[in-house]
Design a binder for this molecule. Sequence first.
Ligand code: PLP
Length: 380
Amino acid sequence: MKLDTRIVRAGISPDPTTGAILPPIYETATFVLEEVGRDKGFDYTRSSNPTRQVLEENLAAIEGADYGICFSSGMASVDSVMKLLSAGDHTVSSNDVYGGVSRHFNRVLTRYGLDFTYVDTADPDAVRAAIRPETKMLWIETPTNPLLQVTDLAAMAEIAKEHDLLFGVDSTFATPVFLRPLEFGADIVVHSTTKYLSGHNQIIGGAVLTDREDIYNEMKFIQKTIGAVPSPMDCWLVLLGLKTLHLRMARHNESGNRIARFLEDHDKVARVRYPGLPSHPQHNIAGAQMDGFSGMLSFELKGGITAGKALMNSVELCALAESLGAVETMITHPATMTHAEVPAEERHARGLTDGLVRLSVGIEDCEDILADLDRALAAA
Ligand SMILES: Cc1ncc(COP(=O)(O)O)c(C=O)c1O
């Protein structure tokens, strides 16, 4: 089956009892056994649930993975992957990661003896130089939130292999429509399903995909032991959103490209970061490993923070909101919203300026989004 067909159909068959074309929402905590030691494949929803199982199979097929495991948030997915490590283990991570991820690494996981080094993973030599004898994990976000940095995944897979590292990729911004990290040698792919995969700002969720049976078994164990599982209702809502993923991504990508070019040509804009623009430092790598660039971009105005705030306060169609990847266009100020808890010094060191504006281009008519931005830029 081709990707678009897998998105709509994979893992989903008519309900055997009623013929319902959509999977039932099995909102139940427990399952009655037929006799001691004999169940019908399910015993307790924290361990597994039929609605969640359909979502896990559908997501695995879309990613081209052998196995999928779903979690109650993107952060729960990241946390569960990190639980593959033990105290004393070291991770080399992309320096520009979602603020919630760096907060979790630095302020929670370090308390449990894990150690992290952040490098510009667009530079393979910097990654090699950061590896130590106790390094166990290479953690890549690509494209990154919010600077849209792109990492060459094939180069990272080579390094991971040379040093016997687990290679995990947070592919939330790209989705499997535009990037399939397992094809480049990643061991683990993580998504916040809150974003493009569900696509309608309707749930918080996460997923881990892998081809490795040993990782799958360990992740299943962690999933049922810790219990950060999505509700059956939320799984069903993700399944419903997923059905149009390819159509939505095509529009996000088309409008993202158009808006990135419009902003780059605008007098008030100092710099636009969008992997689809030839001016993007990793444009060639992005073009080679991705099939599209989605609707995520960030930019800075010549007037800095004051102009950025005026713009964000003047938009009407674009929603000033914290999330991304949904049908509605959302505008965000990373320094006070998504990355507010990254200490200012660290933010500035990694190029995340106070004037940076992040835009998640939705699927409204692109002319309307452009008109809203144009009008708000006049006020900035
Ligand atoms: C790249 C990336 N990874 C992970 C997460 C965390 O996902 P969630 O909010 O579903 O926990 C986010 C959230 O914005 C994100 O942007």
